[in-house]
Design a protein around this ligand. Structure first.
Ligand SMILES: Nc1nc2c(ncn2[C@@H]2O[C@H](COP(=O)(O)OP(=O)(O)OP(=O)(O)O)[C@@H](O)[C@H]2O)c(=O)[nH]1
Ligand SMILES: [Mg+2]
Length: 329
C-alpha cells in the first residue's frame, strides 16, 4: 500500500500477475479493494488488460459453500493436493466467516502444513466478510478475475447457506456444496430451493460411517434424478477430507463440469452474465432503482452489459457517467 501503489504501470503489473508472482498478486488484489479515485483508475486499467486474455476456456472458478464446520477448508486443502499432483496452479479466495477459529486463516494454516512453503503453484488470500445482508462484498468478483488471470483453478470458499450461497453461485463457473452428515440441514436447504444452485454436492466425513451414508441417500433422494443444469446431471458424491477418500472423484466431477461448460461455449457466456449482474448491483447501490430506471430498467442494463465487450470497470464507469451526467441536467 502507500504511494508506491499508485505509480505502478498496469501493463507491468498485469504481466507479473499472469506469471503468478506473489507481490504482484497481493498488490493487484489490494487495488481491487481500494476506493480512492486514482486506485480505481489503476484497477480499471489492470482488469481491462487481464480480461483481454480470459478466453472461453481459461481458468476454472469454483465456489465451495456449505454450513459451518462441514469441512470446506479441509476438503479444499485435500483438493489442492490433488490439483497440484495434476500439475494445476491453484488460487484461493477464502471469504472469512466471523468465527475466529475457522475460515481463511485456518485454511492458510492447513495449506502451510500440506504444501511445501515454497510451492509457487498455490496462493491463498483471506478476505474479511463485509458484504451487505450476508452476501458477498463487491470486491470479490474483480478479485476473482485477477486470480483467474494467474491460476488454472481458483477456489472461492465461503461459509453458510443463504444469500452468500446464492451470490457465490452467481459468480462461479462451478458451485460445490459440502454437506455435513446427520445435520438434516442439507435436506432443509434443498427444500428451500437453495440447493438448486450447486453443480456438485458432496457429503464430507464419510469416515463417520452410517450417518454419512444416510445423509448421502437422503440428499440423493431429495435431489432426484431429474436435477440437471443444461447438459449437466448434478452428482451427489461422498468423501472424507481427513482420510483423503473420494477427493480424486470430486476433482474429476468438478473438471467434468468445467469441460461441459467449455464444450457448450457457456463459460464465457456465464462470466458475461455475472459481470452484467455485478454492474447492475453496483449501480443499484450507488444510484438506487431510480437510477436504474433512468437507464431503461434492469433488463435493459443487463442486456446491454451482456452484449458489450468492454471490460468490467470500463462498462461500469460508462454507466456511472451516463447517470452522473443525467443527474446534473
Ligand atoms: N471425521 C471427519 N472430520 C472432518 C473431515 N473433514 C473435516 N473434518 C473436521 O471438521 C471440522 C471442521 O472442518 P473445517 O474444514 O474447518 O470446516 P469448514 O466447513 O471449513 O468450517 P467453517 O469455515 O467454520 O465453516 C474440523 O474439526 C475438521 O477436522 C472428515 O472428512 N472427517
Ligand atoms: Mg472453513
Amino acid at each position: 500500500m502507500g504511494q508506491q501503489e499508485f505509480t505502478i504501470n498496469p501493463a507491468q503489473l498485469a504481466a507479473a500477475v499472469r506469471r503468478g508472482e506473489r507481490p504482484a498478486l497481493a498488490r493487484a488484489l489490494n487495488l481491487m479493494d481500494n476506493r480512492r479515485p486514482d486506485a480505481r483508475e489503476q484497477a480499471a486499467a489492470l482488469i481491462a488488460l487481464l480480461q483481454q486474455d480470459l478466453t472461453g476456456d481459461s481458468g476454472h472458478l469454483i465456489g465451495m459453500t456449505g454450513p459451518p464446520g462441514a469441512g470446506k477448508s479441509t476438503l479444499s486443502a485435500a483438493l489442492i493436493t490433488v490439483w497440484r499432483q495434476r500439475g494445476l496452479r491453484v488460487g484461493v479466495l477464502a471469504v472469512d466467516p466471523s468465527s475466529p477459529i475457522s475460515g481463511g486463516a485456518l485454511l492458510g494454516d492447513r495449506l502451510r502444513m500440506k504444501t511445501s512453503a515454497d510451492d509457487d503453484g498455490v496462493f491463498v488470500r483471506s478476505l474479511a466478510c463485509r458484504g451487505e445482508f450476508g452476501g458477498l462484498s463487491a470486491e470479490v468478483w474483480p478479485m476473482s478475475l485477477v486470480m483467474l488471470a494467474a491460476f488454472d483453478v481458483v477456489m472461492l470458499e465461503t461459509v453458510g447457506v443463504g444469500q452468500r450461497e446464492i451470490d457465490v453461485s452467481r459468480m462461479c463457473d462451478t458451485t460445490c456444496f459440502v454437506a455435513q452428515p446427520g445435520s438434516g440441514d442439507s435436506v432443509q436447504f434443498l427444500k428451500a430451493g437453495i440447493l438448486e444452485v450447486p453443480h456438485v454436492l458432496v457429503v464430507n466425513k464419510e469416515d463417520m460411517g452410517a450417518v454419512a451414508r444416510r445423509t448421502l441417500s437422503e440428499l440423493g433422494n431429495a435431489l432426484g434424478r431429474t436435477h440437471t443444469d443444461g447438459n449437466w446431471q448434478v452428482p451427489v458424491l461422498s468423501a472424507s477430507a481427513t482420510n483423503g477418500t473420494g477427493i480424486d472423484a470430486l476433482a474429476d466431477a468438478l473438471a467434468e463440469h468445467h469441460a461441459i461448460l467449455v464444450a457448450d461455449n457457456q463459460l464465457q457466456q456465464r462470466r458475461q452474465n455475472y459481470q452484467a449482474r455485478w454492474i447492475l448491483k453496483r449501480l443499484q447501490e450507488e444510484f438506487g432503482s431510480h437510477g436504474i430506471n433512468r437507464l431503461g430498467g434492469e433488463q435493459e442494463v443487463l442486456q446491454l452489459a451482456v452484449a458489450g465487450n468492454q471490460s468490467l470497470f470500463e462498462q461500469f464507469e460508462a454507466y456511472r457517467h451516463r447517470l452522473l451526467n443525467v443527474n446534473i441536467q
